[in-house]
Design a protein around this ligand. Structure first.
Ligand code: NDP
Ligand code: MG
Length: 391
């Protein structure tokens, strides 16, 4: 048995690809025992063949049926399907680490199942914590299962916090690239097209998070994610723009000292840290070269141009169901923007309207949060309809 037996949910995505790169670089220490995707079974089959994976899952049942008759998977591969297929993979006996990199919140139940099965969770899917951080963190604490943050900013903070007690921490400083419209005027932002929003200057990521970076909703989601992972209120989490994406985030301690984690903008650094934590291994891509002149700029973000930042701060202070509403409305608004149904600046408007339309309350349990999520999706869809009519 290898030292790290990994289940990778979201294997065909951008985080999935970087995780495979790390696995490829450490064949003696890392074994892939399960992989899942939504529907792209041909890509999943090619990963199964390369890594000899015998347990696979496709969320989409039609894709699973097509996969079974495709002849593309190695002999003896078990092809699971639907939400229960993801849960089955997340709890495989042979796995000791689950990398959760499914876009959106559909990974919530598999993530909880992995925690209950005592698998270390390397968490990329930030939306899960924004939706239900209170319940996911409580379960991890109750069962003493480590959640290792894979999102680069949170991974950086996690590394800076190594062995530091909570009382030593004054503030967290999240860095943001500022996205592709960091230097655009509000006038230019009104006219942004999906094709423009899908091009990130520093990172090569999936479409949803690329749009989230362009509105800075991504940093808003990360603020809420940090609130749950590190148990600090939003007032003690700063956001700064750092266009080079080399300082991945920082921690300011009570004595005023600040620690930062630096590496090139490749997710392999954070992923590899999660996989080997608390150990380390040789990196799979070259690190920074300080023999070359390098600039590291830092500046405050523009809250006027990026209203998603303040909306996320408000949602985080309101706590209760507000972060879940923020997340659901954002997801619906991004999908509508990508289908040309609303303008770019419609995304923060839809989030704001949805937050205003649902009274804040403290969720009683996970089902209550999921009900708020469903209600927010309906309200956001209605607001999109209204916005489209007035446009
Ligand atoms: P991508 O869009 O590139 O990939 C998404 C992956 O999720 C694909 O493998 C897709 O499968 C799979 N998927 C989608 N829906 C389901 C489902 N219902 N069941 C099973 N699998 C599903 O996304 P990213 O890799 O960019 O992002 C993944 C997560 O990681 C997001 O939550 C994002 O916020 C987070 N993250 C990403 C970073 C990045 O650099 N990309 C950085 C930090 C965090 P299929 O191919 O079949 O559609
Ligand atoms: Mg990030």
């Amino acid at each position: 048995m290898a030292e790290k037996n990994i289940v990778l949910l979201g294997a065909t995505g951008s985080i999935g690809e970087s995780t495979l790169k790390v696995a490829r670089g450490h064949p003696e220490r890392v074994k892939l025992v399960g992989i899942a995707a939504n529907s792209r079974y041909e890509e999943l089959a090619s990963i199964a063949r390369e890594f000899g994976v015998k347990e696979v899952a496709l969320f989409d049942r039609k894709a699973a049926a097509a996969a079974r008759t495709s002849g593309l998977f190695p002999e003896g591969t078990r092809i699971h399907e639907g939400p229960e297929g993801l849960v089955h993979l997340a709890t495989l006996d042979s796995a000791n680490l689950v990398v959760m990199a499914v876009v959106g919140t559909l990974g919530l139940h598999p993530a909880l199942a992995a925690i209950r099965a005592k698998k270390t969770l390397a968490l990329a899917s930030k939306e899960i914590l924004v939706l239900a951080g209170k319940f996911v963190m409580a379960e991890a604490v109750r069962l003493q299962v480590p959640i290792v943050p894979l999102d680069s900013e949170h991974n950086a903070i996690f590394q800076c916090l190594h062995a530091e007690p909570h009382r030593h921490v004054d503030r967290l400083i999240l860095t943001a690239s500022g996205g592709q419209f960091r230097d655009a005027t509000l006038e230019q932002m009104r006219l942004v097209t999906p094709a423009q929003a899908l091009k990130h200057p520093n990172w090569n990521m999936g479409p949803k998070i690329t749009v989230d970076s362009s509105t800075m909703a991504n940093k808003g989601l990360e603020l809420i994610e940090a609130r749950w992972l590190f148990d600090l209120p939003q007032e003690r989490i700063d956001i700064v723009v750092h266009p080079q994406s080399i300082i991945h985030s920082m921690v300011q301690f009570i004595d005023g000292s600040i620690l930062a984690q630096l590496s090139p903008p490749s997710m392999t650094f954070a992923i590899q840290h999660c996989i080997f934590y608390p150990d380390r291994a040789v990196g799979v891509v070259p690190t920074l070269d300080f023999s070359q002149v390098m600039r590291l700029d830092i500046r405050p973000p523009n809250y006027e141009k990026f209203p998603c930042l303040q909306l996320a701060r408000n949602a985080s202070s309101t706590a209760g169901i507000a972060p879940a509403i923020f997340n659901a409305a954002n997801e619906i608004a991004v999908a509508a923007f990508l289908k040309d149904k609303i303008p770019f600046l419609g995304i923060p408007s839809i989030i704001e309207q949805t937050l205003e339309s649902i009274p804040a309350r403290e969720p009683t349990d996970l089902d209550d949060v999921l009900a708020a999520d469903a209600e927010a999706r309906i309200k956001a869809t209605e607001s999109i309809g209204a916005l489209a009519l007035t446009a």
